[in-house]
Design a protein around this ligand. Structure first.
Ligand SMILES: Nc1ncnc2c1ncn2[C@@H]1O[C@H](COP(=O)(O)OP(=O)(O)O)[C@@H](O)[C@H]1O
Ligand SMILES: [Mg+2]
Length: 368
């Protein structure tokens, strides 16, 4: 029989190992007894385990904490030998469980005998984050319209209330005991007005004045300021800067606002005890370019604290305007950060460790 070459001879032949090593999907091959016979690089990255640690061991042992996965994988081996799919959370050695999709297929030899199964796992973290981002921006857009409308409605009567209180005080010189009440009204009206101004700020489109910004200088300024504040003085602040970091394209004032808010939140969470670590680094995950994200190089700034972290059921709400767990909080800090970072074409992410801290990560585009 004639051998047909599918590859033009100018392309060097690829080994199947090279192909599997380049895949973003985790590929795990097990033999008919369920022992692992192949584990590609993506599988190592996803599980946080080196291939040699699992070569020859049972897949049941590897995934013993993920029952859903074992249940699906089992059907691809004898006696059933059928393909199956599913989604679930995969426990990892390197951190919180990762959302993954799994698809399993039986492996058969030309005679139809089972020689094992192939498990394909895809990390869905990024997809979930993008979906959450979309939901969040939808929610913020809706809230923004609502809030802007309400703010305008409230601002006018508020001006009236304040004016009337000032008049009362002026026109009642003979009742000085009433004056403190008028002062309270004026003060509280001013406070409300400030809050509304902040809210309107959040809803107005920002006009960015982009210029190359030295991130380290900016962070140093922010940290200097916060270290002098009462809540910052007793916290150990560590800087882990990548000295080769290029300047980013940004609006310096707006970015200062972002990192002030994030640092202040971290320090408030630490409540005078613990560590704040600020790390800068180049983005290295070039192959996981997110959909809708423009091309270009990006840097990341991580603001990490070892405070209490965020309770799991509160996590979906922290970027919403007015969501706060603090007695004197406004709940506008993270909503503002989110908006400014998005306007810069960057991303903001949170790595939450319940009981052990939180890391807020901001990516920004490198200046041309
Ligand atoms: N580093 C952090 N650690 C723990 N919780 C945090 C952290 N940063 C933000 N949060 C939570 O997110 C909420 C919203 O933050 P933010 O929008 O800045 O508003 P505020 O600081 O006024 O409460 C906070 O009230 C807090 O519950
Ligand atoms: Mg805050």
């Amino acid at each position: 029989m004639e051998t047909r070459h599918l590859q033009p001879s100018s392309i060097p032949p690829l080994s199947w190992q090279d192909i599997l090593a380049s895949l973003e999907e985790a590929v795990i091959v097990v033999d008919a007894e369920g022992k692992i016979s192949f584990f590609n690089q993506a599988a190592e990255a996803l599980t946080g385990l080196a291939a040699f640690q699992f070569q020859g061991r049972s897949y049941v042992e590897l995934f013993r904490s993920d029952r859903w996965l074992l249940d699906i994988a089992r059907v691809s081996l004898p006696p059933q030998q059928t393909a199956a799919q599913g989604e679930g959370e995969l426990s990892t050695r390197r951190g919180p469980p990762a959302p993954v999709s799994l698809s399993v297929s039986p492996l058969v030899d030309p005679a139809g005998r089972s020689t094992g199964a192939i498990l394909l796992l895809r990390d869905l973290t990024l997809r979930k984050e993008i979906e959450e981002d979309l939901r969040r921006s939808d929610r913020l857009a809706m809230l923004g319209t609502l809030a802007a409308g309400l703010a305008h409605e409230v601002k006018n009567p508020l001006g009236g209330i304040k004016g009337a209180a000032q008049l009362l005080k002026r026109d009642l010189p003979q009742v000085p005991e009433a004056h403190p009440y008028a002062d309270v009204i004026v003060r509280e009206a001013d406070r409300l007005n400030l809050l509304i101004e902040q809210l309107l700020d959040l809803c107005r489109p920002v006009r960015l004045r982009l210029a190359p910004v030295n991130v380290h200088e900016l962070l140093d300024d922010v940290l200097l300021l916060e270290q002098a504040a009462p809540h910052g003085a007793t916290v150990a602040i560590k800087k882990r800067y990548d000295p080769s970091l290029p300047p980013v394209a940004g609006d310096r004032d707006q970015l200062t606002q972002v990192f002030l808010n994030l640092t202040r939140n971290a320090l408030e969470a630490l409540d005078g005890r613990g560590h704040l670590t600020v790390t800068t680094r180049m983005e290295t995950d070039f192959h996981v370019r997110e959909q809708g994200r423009e091309r270009g190089s990006f840097i990341w700034v991580d603001i990490e604290d070892d405070g209490p972290g965020i309770l799991a059921d509160l996590l979906p709400h922290i970027f919403s305007p007015f969501f706060t767990t603090k007695n004197n909080g406004t709940g506008l800090g993270l909503a503002t950060c989110y908006r400014i970072v998005r306007e810069h074409g960057g991303l903001i992410r949170v790595d939450n460790r319940i009981g052990a801290g939180a890391t807020f990560k901001v990516s920004l585009r490198v200046a041309e």
